[in-house]
Design a protein around this ligand. Structure first.
Ligand SMILES: NC(=O)c1ccc[n+]([C@@H]2O[C@H](COP(=O)([O-])OP(=O)(O)OC[C@H]3O[C@@H](n4cnc5c(N)ncnc54)[C@H](OP(=O)(O)O)[C@@H]3O)[C@@H](O)[C@H]2O)c1
Length: 250
């Protein structure tokens, strides 16, 4: 892997390069999203993201998980990508403990239906108890089953209020949240002014089709400008680290 921007000749140490900033928005954790997209904007091939990735993207994915306090994901991504429990290797685990973090970050799932497979390895083999953010109108039987497998937090009547969910994670001690999509969840976070950083990998492929992009749903009332923090490259994969630009005059 090599630096493209800023131009640097030293080796890329992903954990150091993606270290979380000390500055945080008041009252909630730092929110970083990680996504991969083809060059023509597809975020899935036949409904799943796996066909877009490569070794560089996989290392970034593991590194970002190893750095965060909590992973946050939409229920459809958790289902379609067949999420399992987070695995953190011994080195990263020791680094987490040295930073005062739990050995493994829990995954928080956003779901209105509360219909998830409670007997799946995601729940049964989790080393950090998952968190379910759901709504007051969720099916009460499903919520009861969820409570046996996860910490259930009601954060809204008919939709999870993501600002409230993030504040709840902060109340539980999280200072950073890694959002792993999908596009529906990403769009809500951006619309709510809740995204602090976007890690976007551009996969050197064309996919076509009518699938969603990195953000889905309604067009934003105002577009969000992004500043480039860095760009890395490996095997044609471009790893962009971006942050919202406070005064976007472009
Ligand atoms: N390329 C990448 O990096 C990447 C990353 C992630 C995902 N993906 C792809 O993206 C697709 C899935 O993304 P998606 O946008 O369709 O779905 P998503 O955002 O992952 O999940 C949508 C679901 O999350 C729940 N949800 C979201 N916001 C909610 C709210 N405010 N209140 C209550 N529930 C809420 C609902 O779950 P319930 O239905 O349970 O109520 C909703 O159906 C998949 O094809 C996946 O492969 C790609």
């Amino acid at each position: 892997m090599r630096w493209l921007l800023p131009p640097r000749a030293d080796e890329v140490d992903l954990a150091a390069v993606y270290a979380l900033p000390a500055d945080r928005a008041p009252g909630r954790p730092f929110v970083r999203a990680n996504m991969i997209s083809s060059l023509d904007g597809a975020i899935a091939i036949k409904g799943r993201s796996g066909g877009l990735g490569g070794p560089a993207d996989q290392r970034l994915y593991d590194t970002l998980r190893s750095l965060t306090d909590v992973v946050l994901v939409g229920a459809r991504t958790m289902r379609t990508e067949r999420y399992g429990p987070v695995r953190v290797d011994a080195t990263a685990r020791a680094q987490r403990l040295a930073r005062g973090q739990s050995p493994v970050p829990p995954i928080a799932v956003v779901t209105r239906s509360c219909h998830l497979d409670w007997a799946s390895p995601f729940f049964v083999e989790a080393q950090a108890r998952p968190i379910i953010f759901t709504t007051a109108d969720a099916d009460s039987g499903a919520v009861a089953r969820a409570s046996a497998a996860a910490d259930v937090v009601v954060c809204g009547d008919t939709a999870v209020d993501l600002g409230r969910a993030l504040r709840e994670l902060g109340r539980r001690g999280a200072t950073s949240v890694l959002v792993e999509g999908g596009p529906g969840l990403n769009a809500q976070l951006v619309a709510g002014g809740l995204l602090d950083e976007l890690c976007l990998t551009l996969s050197p492929r064309l996919v076509a089709g009518n699938g969603p992009r990195v953000l889905a749903g309604h067009e934003l009332a105002e577009t969000l400008g992004l500043d480039v923090i860095h760009i890395l490259e490996e095997d044609g994969f471009l790893l962009l680290r971006l942050q919202p630009c406070p005064t976007d005059t472009r």
